[in-house]
Design a binder for this molecule. Sequence first.
Ligand code: PLP
Length: 364
Amino acid sequence: MRQPEPEPQSFDRVLSSMCTEPHPAARAAAERFLATNPGDPATYEAVAELEARAVEGLATLAEHPTPADATGYVTSGGTEANIQAVRSARNRHGESDDTSGERDVNVVAPASAHFSFTKAAALLDVELRTVPVDDEYRADPDAVAAAVDDGTALVVAVAGSTEHGRVDPIPELAAIADEAGARVHVDAAWGGFVLPFTDRDWSFADAPVDTVTIDPHKFGQAPVPAGGLLAREDAALDALAVDTPYLESRSQATLTGTRSGAGVAGAVAAMDALWPDGYREAAERAADNADWLAAELADRGYDVVDPELPLVVAAVPESEFAALRDAGWKASRTGTGALRVVCMPHVTRATLRAFLDDLDGIRR
Ligand SMILES: Cc1ncc(COP(=O)(O)O)c(C=O)c1O
């Protein structure tokens, strides 16, 4: 029997996702490059060239000192980029030639770090030392300093945390890492397309950061899958490379083999269309929306976490949250049960007004 054509969800009521509607130019570019594989650059040369442009574009956003010399690649998402950052730091720790991962190494990360680091640690047989955050949900430098030791390969800092949208004190964490002989990774998977329009210290220019995760398929308005791993220097990627005997390109540093040319082309098209003015406008609108929503929720008596980046967290009771879900709002909660609204480009003021109207109806 013929089934009706499946339709994806509309973004009208999507309030907590870190993905958004792709820019039209990115959508079109993704479709053109659907059947290409940047994992085989000697065959798919056009998309390989586009990937170099994607890396340069991402490096420009992340303020690499010479973006044209930056290294990195378009990953399947922030998870892969974070796994690879841990893998690179592990392989380089102590600068031994041994890339087997047979050493006792640890990674120090704040409790606010994304759960992809738990996956990375499990896959790579690395100890993950999770340290508490401060009262403002940012990494606590004292706790990080207490946790690092000779075996610390990597200190993770978050620039735009998943639950609270917080930016860690990255220069301070980098200084601690340097003293311990560890490398520094900044996870700006979500924040990386908003932070260039703030005065926060998060980039290659602000601290001796080794690697950065920055995902076009989040605030970058590129189609899924398009994450990004950047490294300050080639050695970080060299530490990931394996020989590829049957390909004309001789080695591969990526985690997956065949990769999405659509993701690469979409990322480049989105950045071409939106960097910098379009992204600035989106970031400013999102910040205004977050401030407005936070004030509206506070006026209604909810305990609200002051937004740093465009992400609002409010202690909405369980029963109200459940009623909002029943009303079709695709919202999610933090680990402690608070409502979490991510003001992505598709989340307009009209959407937020409709959301508050429903919330007011539920409270009556
Ligand atoms: C800060 C951060 N890092 C990493 C990730 C993982 O990204 P992905 O879901 O693209 O693998 C997320 C996802 O929301 C995130 O917020």
